[in-house]
Ligand binder design. Structure first.
Ligand SMILES: Nc1ncnc2c1ncn2[C@@H]1O[C@H](COP(=O)(O)OP(=O)(O)O)[C@@H](O)[C@H]1O
Ligand SMILES: [Mg+2]
Length: 290
């Protein structure tokens, strides 16, 4: 176990150093132009102004969902309300921990299907995007059961798996909400999701996307941990995970085993108990107060 942990720490450190070097190179190169000769792609220095980042994000096609459509999918955090409070609190706690550690990538995971990963990702992303000048990218990696398009009522034929396989550029498979939130999604299921997530290309695609868009946070909607090895294999690409447990369904044993598997590979920020039917007095008070 210790060997795995130290190997993962080493890989994460190497990734961090690579990112820093890349940013240093780019900062030097970008004094005149915007093309990194090594990558051959458009790159933006980390400290670029909000205005120039907005320009880059404008290249991602926009979508304009109706509030009614969002509400019918249980999306509540696109505006502040008593229903958005749990997601807003999650946002604040998450940001606090991620900023303290200089982390930018979080995976939302659960032991099994249906716990609420996708809905949590989407509401969290909308909550984050209400902070002006905070740029959020939500990437769908649950390619066996993609649900982002259905949840957001997105009709365009985006297929982010084609970006992971190196066949296409990212912009073609993302849609933007407002100026600071993008969704990378898959309209249909994919036959070889594990190979795509474990493939050598996945890490590079995510690195390139981060270098290009410079999001403040990348959220990954992942497959269930116990449904295959897709999620565990991908964890060395993220800085931390949030574990979603389904009230009245996920067993303590299942959550405990899942947390151990995750903790051996990355940082577990916490466990979210989703779909609770009964709230404590304190939580009810929070609702009223907001
Ligand atoms: N807090 C919640 N309250 C009510 N329904 C929820 C909640 N979270 C998720 N759901 C519903 O449960 C179902 C499964 O959620 P989803 O986010 O797709 O799960 P997963 O991505 O983990 O498979 C969806 O119909 C979703 O709307
Ligand atoms: Mg899902």
């Amino acid at each position: 176990m210790e060997r795995i942990q130290s190997a993962l720490n080493k890989a994460r450190k190497a990734r961090q150093e690579q990112r820093e070097n890349q940013q240093r190179d780019v900062s030097a190169a970008s004094a005149e132009g915007t093309t990194d000769p090594e990558l051959g792609t458009y790159v933006i220095p980390r400290d670029m102004s909000v205005a120039s980042r907005e320009e880059v994000w404008k290249n991602v096609p926009a979508f304009h969902p109706k509030e009614k459509q969002l509400a019918s999918s249980r999306i509540v955090a696109y505006r502040s309300s008593h229903d958005s409070v749990p997601y807003d609190v999650m946002r604040t706690k998450l940001l606090h921990q991620m900023r303290a550690n200089k982390w930018t990538r979080v995976a939302i995971v659960s032991p099994s299907q249906g716990a609420g990963k996708t809905l949590t990702c989407v509401n969290l992303a909308f909550s984050l995007a209400r902070q002006t000048n905070f740029f959020t990218a939500l990437i769908e990696l649950d390619m066996r059961r993609p649900a982002l398009a259905k949840t957001l009522k997105l009709t365009d034929e985006c297929q982010f798996s084609r970006v992971l396989s190196g066949e296409d550029t990212a912009e073609a498979h993302m849609r933007r909400y407002g100026k600071n939130l993008v969704f990378a999604y898959n309209k249909t299921t994919v036959r070889n999701p594990a190979e795509l997530l474990q493939g050598a290309n996945a890490g590079k695609v995510i690195d390139d996307l981060e270098a290009k868009l410079q999001p403040d946070i990348m959220i990954f909607d992942t497959p269930p941990v116990f449904s295959g090895d897709d999620t565990l294999a991908f964890l060395d690409q993220v800085d931390c995970v949030l574990l979603i447990a389904e009230a009245e369904k996920s067993s303590i044993d299942e959550i405990d085993k899942c947390e151990q598997e995750l903790a051996a590979r990355t940082n577990v920020l916490g466990v979210i108990l989703n779909k609770c039917r009964y709230l404590s007095k304190h939580e009810e008070y929070g609702k009223e107060y907001s």
